[in-house]
Design a protein around this ligand. Structure first.
Ligand code: NDP
Ligand code: HSE
Length: 424
């Protein structure tokens, strides 16, 4: 029986879930995959977390050199989060020939090139299934199951925390701050939840996924990012009136020789397959030129779902002899020219205006001047003025922005309260 020594870096949500799965499935993995996995080291400063999981305290410590120097450790799995010390620790392990498994999308998306260079030098493997979409096997789908395709687009819900918040706000009228707290308690949120709600986490994942899909590096700064901070209950309610559900979407498309990559809240029709993805569930819809549409769905966050992806990578690393590296130039300093920034979308716009004659004519005049076409308009009158909601036909982002700058300066317009893209 092949014996595989493993070190776990971090014993929080993901580390804890991984340890429990490895323990519970030890014999089954031996039987099915022919490897006897032994956890030989755990790097964790909070010994209480180890005690709670029944870990032998003798294997818990904070010294990475013990891991690096242990010849019986072949695989190091990291779930510290953040850049340092994770990056330094993993590079040391890779240079020593130990394969790494990581859930750390921030580190991976920003420093994949350095990790890969160290892996090549050390002859080690890099496995990162858990970095994107929790327990959903999307990385292996992109790397091992789509070779017969040119991937045309990828669109999905890739963050569990924000999907949990938006679902609860829409279905139960829950409060944003309270729901975020609940997501934190359930172990879905990042250490700093701004990573989730401001869309950073989704851009890290989209960078990894779209680089693999298009076989060209899509660096994080080349991805447009907008979080859910400005989303209001009013917009969710108006969206419902139009038959729309609000989601934080990650979208990447090949448009001729340009790539478009963006993360932002978007309305989708209620009968869109992504509209029924609720709570901490995630889903990604991929279009390949030969296979057509594929949709992957499952838990995007949490201890056991993410632990499931980590354990699958550990077994994969233990049983596949040859590590695979990217075939594309994996550098972050690629030319920004290949990324488009002036996206074409449908739009939902909500504004507060004075309830007086000529207002609609002035606003629609500005849209017309900028060649922006209105598909639907709703007016709600209240004592203090009127709310106007416009749905716009597909139009360039630059034209919408130019229109809104002008509309905002009209004396009859009090405020522009909501701007949300619509994807169909
Ligand atoms: P947690 O904060 O729950 O766990 C991190 C653990 O690592 C903590 O116990 C922390 O200890 C420990 N740790 C961090 N740095 C050190 C260090 N230098 N020395 C010793 N121990 C250290 O985070 P999660 O498990 O939620 O997330 C971990 C990683 O997995 C992140 O990269 C995250 O993005 C990713 N991920 C998380 C998912 C989830 O659902 N939670 C899903 C997919 C990926 P201390 O508390 O003392 O800082
Ligand atoms: N904070 C992340 C999320 C964890 O909510 O999706 C999973 O990557």
């Amino acid at each position: 029986m092949k014996k595989i020594g493993v070190a776990l870096l971090g014993l929080g949500t993901v580390g804890g879930g991984t340890y429990r799965i490895l323990k519970a499935n030890h014999d089954r993995i031996m039987e099915n995959d022919g490897v006897d996995i032994e956890v030989r080291h755990i790097i964790e400063r909070d010994v209480k977390k180890a005690e709670a999981l029944g870990v032998d305290p003798a294997i818990v410590g904070c010294d990475i050199d013990k891991v690096v120097q242990d010849d019986k450790v072949q695989i190091v799995a990291e779930f510290f989060g953040g850049i340092e010390p994770a990056k330094t620790f993993l590079i040391k392990c890779l240079l020593a020939g130990k394969s790494i498994v990581t859930a750390n999308k921030e580190l991976f998306s920003k420093h994949w090139d350095e990790l890969e260079a160290a892996a090549k030098k050390g002859g080690a493997g890099l496995y990162f299934e858990a970095s994107c979409v929790g327990g959903v096997p999307i990385i292996r789908t992109l790397t091992d199951s789509m070779q017969g395709n040119n991937i045309l687009s990828l669109m999905g819900i890739v963050n569990g925390t924000t999907n949990f918040i938006l679902s609860k706000m829409a279905d139960e009228g829950s409060d944003y701050a309270e729901t975020l707290k609940e997501a934190q308690n359930l172990g879905y949120a990042e250490a700093n939840p701004s990573a989730d709600v401001d869309g950073f986490d989704s851009t890290y994942k989209l960078s990894i996924l779209s680089s693999l899909a298009f076989r060209t590096k899509v660096p994080v700064p080349c991805i447009y990012r907008e979080g859910i901070g400005k989303v209001s209950k009013d917009d969710i309610a108006y969206g419902k009136r139009f038959g729309y559900t609000l989601k934080l979407l990650a979208i990447a498309k090949q448009n001729g020789d340009k790539i478009e990559a963006r993360v932002h809240p978007a309305f989708i029709p209620n009968d869109h397959p992504l509209a029924s993805v609720k709570g901490s569930f995630n889903a990604v819809h991929i279009v390949g030129d030969n296979v057509g549409d594929i949709m992957l769905y499952g838990r995007g966050a949490g201890d056991l779902p993410t632990g499931s992806a980590i354990v699958s990578d550990i077994v994969y690393a233990a049983t596949k002899a040859e590590p695979k590296y990217t075939s594309f130039d994996n550098r972050n300093d690629v030319s920004t020219e290949k990324f488009s920034t002036d996206f074409e979308c449908k739009y939902y716009i909500r504004m507060s205006v004075a309830d007086e004659a000529g207002v609609l004519a002035k606003i629609s005049g500005v849209f017309a001047k900028n060649n922006v076409s209105i598909s639907t308009m709703v007016q709600d009158v209240a004592a203090d003025g009127a709310k106007l909601i416009f749905l716009l036909h597909k139009t360039k982002e630059s034209a919408v922005n130019a229109s809104l700058r002008e509309i905002e300066s009209l004396s009859c317009v009090k405020s522009i309260d909501g701007i949300i893209r619509v994807e169909e």
